[in-house]
Structures are given as structure tokens and as C-alpha cells.
Design a protein around this ligand. Structure first.
Ligand SMILES: [Zn+2]
Length: 138
């Protein structure tokens, strides 16, 4: 998040700096910060804005993450993008089908998560592993 600092003669005489988010989307308001504590204020702003960015990214990822149990559902949703957790037999044939027809990227095999046995969404072969994550690269 960009940070905007403005200082004029009156601010300097008062020992303050005008500090606001540099984004045009956020309305500016008068936010005088004492010059003596400017470094601390900038550090706090950076920490808050980083936390907000991280929270937004986590929320966006959650909104674009789908647990999919049918290949038709995957094909319908892949055009809109996202992360698709699917049971997958890990065969080269199924991977080639997903990558070739639907232009999915290499599947991700997560280290964490629980085993979720069931049929591969592509070929129906029984699987007893964790769900793989498919997505399309941009
Ligand atoms: Zn399969």
C-alpha cells in the first residue's frame, strides 16, 4: 500500500506531517502525525496495511477455492478461474486430459490435509489419498 506524506510550512512549524494512504481509492482525511514519531507511525501503517492485504488475499483465495466431485463441474468452473480440490488417481492419462482439454496447470499435491478416499473425478478409479489442487495458470 503506497503511503502519502505531505509537509508544508504550517505543518513544519507545528511539528507535524500529513500522512495518508497513497491509494486514490481511499479518501484522504486530515491525519497529522507528529514529526518526532513519524518512523513509528510509518511502521504501524505498514504493519496494518500488510495485514489488510493478507486478509484480503486469504478471503479472495477462499472465495475462489472449490471442492469438486465431478469432472463436469470442474469443466464448467475452470473458465472462471480458481483452485479446485479434486480426488485424482495421479495417472498420467488423467493429468493429460485435464491439462490438454481444460488447460489446467500441473496439479498440486498438498502436504497437509486429510486423506479423502473416493473416485477420481476424471476416470472414476478409486483413490485413497489427499485431494489434488488444480488451477489454470494465467
Ligand atoms: Zn483418474
Amino acid at each position: 500500500m503506497p503511503l502519502r506524506l505531505a509537509i508544508g510550512p504550517r505543518d513544519l512549524a507545528a511539528g507535524v506531517v500529513e500522512m495518508n494512504a497513497g491509494s486514490r481509492r481511499i479518501p484522504r482525511r486530515r491525519n497529522p502525525v507528529p514529526l518526532a514519531s513519524l518512523a513509528t507511525s510509518i511502521r504501524a501503517f505498514s504493519t496494518r496495511s500488510s495485514a489488510r492485504c493478507f486478509e484480503r488475499a486469504v478471503a479472495l483465495r477462499a472465495s475462489k477455492t472449490f471442492v469438486v466431485d465431478s469432472y463436469d463441474e470442474f469443466k464448467a468452473k475452470i473458465e472462471s478461474g480458481g483452485f479446485f480440490h479434486m480426488r485424482w488417481c495421479a495417472s498420467a492419462a488423467c493429468e493429460a486430459k485435464v491439462q490438454g482439454r481444460d488447460q489446467g496447470d500441473d496439479p498440486l499435491r498438498p502436504f497437509d490435509g486429510k486423506v479423502d478416499a473416493g473416485p477420481c473425478v476424471v476416470c472414476g478409479t478409486a483413490t485413497d489419498s489427499k485431494r489434488a489442487v488444480f488451477a489454470r495458470s494465467y
